[in-house]
Write a protein that binds this ligand. Structure first.
Ligand code: GUN
Length: 284
């Protein structure tokens, strides 16, 4: 392997420690600390793990977390009532509804019910719009985390060719806006892109969020490119986690690469915690 590893575990720990120090200062001066309300509807095992990790991060940093674990059969009306109550509570800075919600609940209605100034996931159309126009607002945590990985690894973005693989609302689209804000030249590819490998080969910075194990092979990557792998896939045979990038091959030619696990993954929670502090400062 010739590529340098971008250590998401280390960088996310630095961000959490910075927030912990700021929260300790608040506590020491007798001030209220940031508060995050976490809502889980149903008992999806993966969602339970994510929610537990978010609550653990709050505990580590010193935030207060409020936990709402609701029955699978909770109605949309009941969920929206809870969100309304939390929107009005001056002690609550951030509200997070773990996705996916059960099928009988409209995900967009839930996202739009959260007050934009408590939308620490950055999913509300108001925050998505602000990202497009360059106003200050909450940014979706995974793409915001990728910007931190690049900046804290001293990787220049200005003027670089950036190719994004995948156009989801959570990663691909906000990533495009953030890289544009950082002055990259951005191309977004997706399942209908012709000659996707050729397009990816133009990239100085290649960001892959398509959800297909080892989709990006060495034929997609220019020598010396920076490769960011957002994928988390479980190998059916070995049970091991792997990304959307064939790490063994691509790490031979990339200049920097994120591992899976331990790359982008840990950054999502760190940036959620960052957004909570921003929300707190807005409310004080
Ligand atoms: N489900 C998968 N990723 C996320 C996330 O970033 N936020 C929320 N609320 N739900 C998710």
């Amino acid at each position: 392997m010739s590529a340098q590893l971008i250590d998401g575990k280390l960088i996310s720990a630095q961000i959490k420690d910075e927030l912990k120090a700021k929260t300790e200062e608040l506590f020491a001066s007798g001030k209220r600390v940031p508060t995050l309300a976490v809502i889980l509807v149903g008992s999806d095992p993966a969602s339970q793990v994510y929610v537990r990790n978010k609550k653990k991060a709050c505990e580590y940093i010193g935030y207060k977390s409020l936990s709402y674990e609701l029955d699978e059969k909770t109605t949309q009306e009941e969920l929206l009532e809870l969100i309304d109550k939390l929107n009005k509570d001056p002690e609550v800075d951030g509200i997070l509804v773990q996705m996916p919600v059960p099928k009988h609940i409209d995900e967009n209605a839930v996202i739009e019910a959260i007050s934009p100034d408590k939308d620490v996931d950055g999913f509300h159309p108001v925050n998505v719009g602000k990202l497009c126009t360059g106003e200050k607002g909450f940014v979706s945590c995974t793409p915001a985390g990728i910007i931190q990985l690049l900046k804290r690894s001293n990787i220049d973005i200005t003027g670089k060719e950036c190719v994004i693989v995948g156009r989801s609302n959570i990663v691909g689209k906000p990533m495009m806006m953030l890289m544009l804000r950082e002055n990259a030249t951005v191309t977004v590819t997706h399942s209908k892109t012709k000659d996707i490998a050729e397009v990816c080969k133009r990239a100085d910075i290649l960001i892959v969020a398509i959800g297909k194990a080892k989709f990006v092979t060495k034929d997609f990557v220019k020598d010396g490119a920076v490769v960011i792998d957002v994928g988390i896939n479980r190998n059916a045979e070995t049970g091991k986690l792997c990304g959307d990038v064939d790490f063994e091959e691509v790490s031979q030619i990339a200049s920097y690469i994120t591992p899976v696990p331990g790359g982008v993954g840990p950054m999502t929670i760190a940036m959620l915690m960052y957004n909570c502090f921003e929300a707190y400062e807005m409310h004080c």
